[in-house]
Design a binder for this molecule. Structure first.
Ligand SMILES: C=C(O[C@H]1C=CC=C(C(=O)O)[C@@H]1O)C(=O)O
Length: 395
């Protein structure tokens, strides 16, 4: 084997099934306008924390000898934890499997972890931590998540699950093979996100943060009323404002031009309304890659909170289940510095018959625990619908 980045792959234990020539994990990223599928793994990017991502990706491409000039992968929620990126063997979809999806997806049990009551209590404790007029420099917003553990009747095929999620043409569906411990069954992150962390093509940069949400309804009048109420909600505008402000503050020093509309607009998926703001900029320095930008921006206050470090501490203290790669980012970077990173929400970690679904909600001073339980229930809906679970009775 040649020296250089390909030797990076050789220090993988043979038992790392997420990333090897015989890897069963095919990477998928289907946006509303583009499709990226990749199979196999030629080399793995040495993992590291988010703030070193740009430098590691630059070093990888500086030394690359052969194979597609592309890295695909995922960033975990915790910016201090290890990410998982690799150079695929081949760009293109794997041959479709022949399994019966109905049998693959039928669930047999679901457990809420934490329970809805415990999540509501955590929201109350979170609101109590947020700053008040007396302590204006403290914590302004924390995104608190909860999870559902679902057991299916048979092993779930991640690609089939993603195809079902993709019936909603407004979202970006993804499948990412995840690192697992030696001897463990393969695991994937599978989801359908409406939120773009950042894309870079040449010097053009786009970010499309979402924050502030309402469930959608089948009855058109009730659905339209929910959208109007969201647009009029001061609490949701505050949640949203923190995200846009953080992204503009990060991008401003890097851009010669940066534009964001003065007010957010409605963004719809099949199951949720959101407030969204499309931010567009032009990079001053074309050497700033998409990986650098993702490393700087993640985690935004759409998934973490603000200020970032106290929000991370609050999440560690208040959430009982480790987020892993939920609320991180999934995407790609190429040798020219172009790339696209999507916020890894509306997703599940899938391993055999077991799925762990996650959903979070932004907590600000005016947040009410029962409404946040309801909002997160709405955010589970896309995945539950794809799994064929109409009526969720959690243990
Ligand atoms: C953290 C999630 O959603 C984020 C994206 C859109 C709206 C959000 C909100 O209104 O809280 C969240 O910031 C999630 O779906 O798990």
């Amino acid at each position: 084997m040649s020296e250089g980045p390909l030797s990076i792959a050789t220090d993988l234990p043979a038992s790392a099934p997420w990333c090897g020539p015989a890897s069963p994990g095919a990477f998928r990223l289907h946006t509303p306008s583009e499709r990226l599928d990749a199979v196999g793994c030629l080399a793995r990017l040495p993992s590291g924390p988010t703030d070193t991502l740009g430098a590691r990706v630059d070093a990888f491409f500086a030394a690359r000898r052969s194979g597609p000039p592309l890295l695909v992968g995922a960033l975990p929620f915790d910016p201090h934890a290890d990410d998982a990126l690799y150079q695929p063997e081949r760009v293109g979809a794997a041959a479709p499997g022949s399994r019966d999806d109905g049998a693959c997806l039928r669930p047999s049990a679901a457990v809420a972890e934490p329970s809805e009551a415990d999540y509501a209590a955590a929201v109350s404790r979170c609101v109590a931590r947020l700053d008040t007029a007396d302590a204006p420099h403290g914590l302004h917003k924390v995104v608190l998540a909860r999870s559902l553990r679902v057991e299916a009747a048979a092993p779930v095929d991640p690609q089939r699950l993603a195809a079902r999620l993709g019936e909603d043409a407004s979202v970006t569906t993804y499948v990412m093979p995840l690192p697992v411990a030696a001897g463990e069954a393969p695991a994937w992150l599978v989801g359908a996100t409406p939120e773009l962390l950042v894309s870079r093509r040449g010097t053009a940069v786009v970010s499309h943060p979402l924050a502030g949400s309402a469930r959608r309804w089948r009855e058109p009048a009730r659905d339209a009323a929910a959208a109007r109420a969201l647009l009029a909600s001061g609490k949701d505008h505050e949640e949203h404002h923190h995200v846009v402000e953080a992204i503009l503050d990060t991008l401003a020093p890097l851009c010669s031009r940066l534009h964001a509309p003065v007010a957010p607009s409605l963004h719809a998926t099949r199951t949720m309304w959101h407030l969204g703001t499309r931010i567009e900029g032009t990079l001053k320095d074309p050497r700033v890659s998409s990986a650098h930008l993702a490393g700087l921006l993640h985690p935004t206050p759409a998934v973490c909170g603000t200020p970032r470090l106290p929000a991370l501490e609050a999440i560690r203290a208040l959430e009982p289940v480790d987020r892993g790669f939920y609320a991180g980012a999934v995407g790609w970077s190429d040798a020219d510095g172009d790339g696209e990173w999507h916020v890894s929400i509306r997703c599940a970690r899938v391993q055999g018959r077991v799925l762990r679904l996650f959903a979070g909600a932004g907590i600000v001073a005016g947040s009410e625990p029962a409404l946040e339980v309801d909002e997160t229930a709405g955010k589970f809906r896309a995945m539950l619908d794809a799994l064929g679970i109409d009526d969720l009775r959690t243990a």
